[in-house]
Design a protein around this ligand. Structure first.
Ligand code: GUN
Length: 249
């Protein structure tokens, strides 16, 4: 795990990932670099980790400081060790449905949906947010399971109306309390990927108190998607190690 700078949220995430590794008996090393680290220095560290035979997974915590080109860093990670599934090779493999790793948060969301017992096939799925980490891959995973998928974003017209069509609504906007009860179809499954701080308190994108009254299933923040993201990261790491073992057989 590589963390650059001292973003408090990133620190919490990395600590949680470290704890999960311990719980799963996965050996982890943390490289905490100062915010002023040069891009070449970070790329050199990634290169060293790529070459180490005893390391199966590499995670560079995002966001990176502004002077570092995140895409360049993600591209430098050996795609076979890319347990976040952010490398363009893995993104492409997800697009065509022939993947080794799934991006952790969208995969965690799919697992939560699966556990409701509701089939995605044929359902109206609306994803609010189009980030590379969540929105776009989330839409693809719902599509793989034959959902009818709409991606909403800041330029979407009649957002509330589009959201109200959803049998499955995934909120990944990054705005506290953005999804209100009038935007949700009664009986819908609502998954809240938001991680917002309001007066120091963690809260999601969904106004939980009112939406929970009408949804058939809903995830809280904290305690919903977050732990699933970490569980999927552990799964990807074990997969990376087992794929490596396969090449040695
Ligand atoms: N920053 C926010 N979410 C993530 C994630 O899933 N992986 C990494 N590496 N950085 C993040």
């Amino acid at each position: 795990m590589v963390i650059v700078g001292d973003d408090p949220a990133s620190r919490v995430y990395v600590n949680n990932k470290k704890k999960a590794c311990e719980a799963c008996s996965i050996m982890s090393e943390e490289y905490a670099l100062p915010a002023e680290t040069a891009e070449e220095e970070l790329l050199a560290l990634v290169d060293t980790l790529n070459k180490r035979e005893d390391i199966h997974g590499i995670l560079v915590q995002l966001p990176l400081p502004k002077h570092i080109d995140s895409q360049k860093v993600l591209l430098a990670i050996d795609y076979r060790k890319d347990v976040d599934a952010f490398h363009p090779v893995n993104v492409g493999k997800i697009m065509i449905g022939n993947f080794d790793f799934l991006p952790c948060t969208p995969a965690g969301v799919m697992e939560l949906i699966r556990l409701t017992g509701i089939e995605v096939a044929g359902k109206e799925c609306v994803v609010v947010g189009r980030s590379n980490i969540v929105g776009k891959p989330q839409a693809m995973l719902l599509l793989h399971q034959n959902g009818t998928v709409t991606i909403c974003h800041s330029k979407t017209k009649n957002l509330a109306e589009v959201c109200r069509r959803a049998d499955i609504l995934v909120a990944a906007v990054g705005k506290a309390n953005f999804i209100t009860a009038d935007m949700v179809k009664p009986g819908a499954i609502v998954i809240d990927v938001g991680m917002n701080r309001v007066d120091g308190k963690l809260c999601g994108d969904v106004k939980f108190d009112e939406v929970s009254q009408i949804a058939s299933a809903i995830t809280p923040v904290p305690g919903g998607v977050g732990p699933m993201t970490i569980a999927m990261l552990m799964k990807n790491t074990v997969k990376a190690a087992s794929l490596k073992l396969d090449t040695l057989r």
